[in-house]
Design a protein around this ligand. Structure first.
Ligand code: EPZ
Length: 422
């Protein structure tokens, strides 16, 4: 297994390009199942999760061609000939469950393996199943698979989500586009990835209103046609790299960065002593003084502070002046980066969903282990400013969500290299 070696150092200066959003691409790709015409995505990120979704769609009979080094995904599910999403692929990536709604809507049936949990939590899919049942689907759980049927096709209905769920909103939104009649989705997720999916579906002929708000209204249509759609900028990659000059000093421009994608995150950065300026190519980030001030963080659904940036923010707050309290309210076990940061000299107290971070002057490099995608990159951020060397092992987690991390950080002056096989 590869590891990444980071040597703590001085200020970072220059530009970092931000790729298309992993979490948008992972829901845009299954949308191809809704139409027998080609769907082409541009600005696609080159990540192992995208390769996994490609394999899954191909196993269902869809054609997926990765062009221009993976930045363009040309897809067609004209010949959908297998309606079973196998455990072997689904267990690699939970987002595989997002083929359920589109397959059900297009073919009237689907068999999808339950995804199983992951490091950050049990992550059930009960809300996905209940939402599709509200559209008339019949669900049966057998041998670890969901057997879904909609013999006479899906019918429009009312979906009331008890809690906000990004994936469940995406699944039922896609299914509703081909349901007979009107669907209203209440307490829908408002993430930019949902808005991006709605825009792509609208280009395919779907009748959707309210994207970006908590209430989505969908008038079902008989069929959807093909389209070409650019994947929205990755707000989590953006937020992650915004922290690099804040942790180390210097000034970095994030190319393609958009303020509307990271509003709550930027508010927190400004509170702790960071200047974020919009430029014609993106966002310019610079720490005001030599050390940021402590701030409290509570993770919430969009437009609140994103849970996917909590680990990275904790890495920053480890060396802030003062005490910060971070509350993780989306997932039940998303502080696994804390013990690794403590190995680097951080002072963190975790009780249930709350982590209290008492800032120290400087962290010390140490061998640490990545436990999940966002934890892995928080350890790299910590290593950028720590004294000495930090070796982050199990970086396969990183490859799921961050393309070319080493070259992007090297380009702004970081001392970082990837070591294979250790
Ligand atoms: C999406 O996961 C993202 N993944 C996650 O990003 C992100 O952390 C999460 O949304 C929250 O923003 C993708 O888009 C591929 P949820 P998702 O359904 O859809 C509970 C990353 O690092 N829940 O909004 O799975 C669930 O357990 C990943 O890129 C149910 O109880 O998240 C969680 O506590 C990590 N039943 C909460 O809801 C369900 O049926 C929010 O989950 C579904 C979810």
């Amino acid at each position: 297994m590869d590891s990444i070696l980071v040597t703590g150092g001085g200020p970072l200066n220059g530009q970092i390009p931000i790729a298309g959003a992993k979490n948008a691409c992972l829901t845009l790709m299954p949308a191809t199942l809704l139409s027998d015409e080609p769907l082409t995505l541009t600005n696609a990120p080159r990540l192992s999760d995208i390769a996994t979704m490609t394999m899954l769609l191909q196993s269902l009979g869809a054609e997926v061609s990765s062009l221009q080094g993976g930045q363009v995904l040309a897809m067609s599910s004209h010949d959908l000939n297998n309606l079973t999403a196998d455990y072997d692929i689904v267990r690699k990536m939970r987002a595989s469950i997002l083929v359920l709604g589109p397959m059900l809507a297009r073919a009237g049936q689907a068999v999808v393996s339950l995804p199983g949990g992951c490091a950050i939590g049990a992550r059930p899919v009960d809300l996905h199943l209940k939402a599709l049942e509200a559209l008339g689907a019949e669900m049966e759980l057998k041998d670890g698979y969901v057997h879904a049927k909609a013999p006479g096709g899906l019918k429009g209905g009312v979906v009331d989500f008890p809690i906000v769920s990004v994936g469940a909103t995406e699944n039922v939104l896609m299914a509703a586009t081909l349901a007979k009649g009107t669907t209203v989705i209440n307490n829908a997720a408002r993430e930019p990835e949902i808005v991006d999916l709605a825009h792509c579906l609208q280009k395919m002929g779907a009748q959707i209103e309210g994207e970006g708000t908590s209430t989505l209204t969908v008038q079902g249509v008989d069929r959807l046609h093909g389209a070409t759609h650019p994947v929205v900028t990755d707000r989590i990659e953006l937020g992650t790299y915004m922290l690099a000059p804040v942790i180390c000093g210097g000034e970095v421009e994030l190319l393609g960065g958009r303020l509307d994608l990271v509003g709550a995150f930027v508010e927190k950065l400004e509170q702790c002593g960071v200047d974020v300026t919009e430029t014609k190519s993106g966002l310019l980030v610079k720490r005001r003084g030599d050390r940021v001030q402590a701030v409290d963080v509570v993770t919430e659904p969009f437009p609140g502070f994103p849970t996917d940036l909590q680990a990275q923010m904790m890495a920053l707050l480890c060396t802030a002046e003062g005490i910060s309290v971070l509350e993780e309210k989306i997932f039940e076990n998303r502080f696994m980066h804390a013990p690794e940061l403590i190995r680097m000299g951080a002072n963190i107290d975790v009780h249930g969903g709350t982590a209290t971070v008492t800032g120290v002057e400087r962290l010390k490099g140490a061998p640490v282990m990545a436990t999940d995608l966002r934890a892995s990159v928080s350890l790299i951020l910590a290593g950028l400013a720590a004294e000495g060397e930090t070796r982050v092992s199990r970086v396969y987690h990183l490859d799921r969500g961050y393309e070319r991390v080493v070259s992007k950080l090297e380009a702004v002056g970081a001392k970082i290299e990837r070591i294979s096989g250790q």
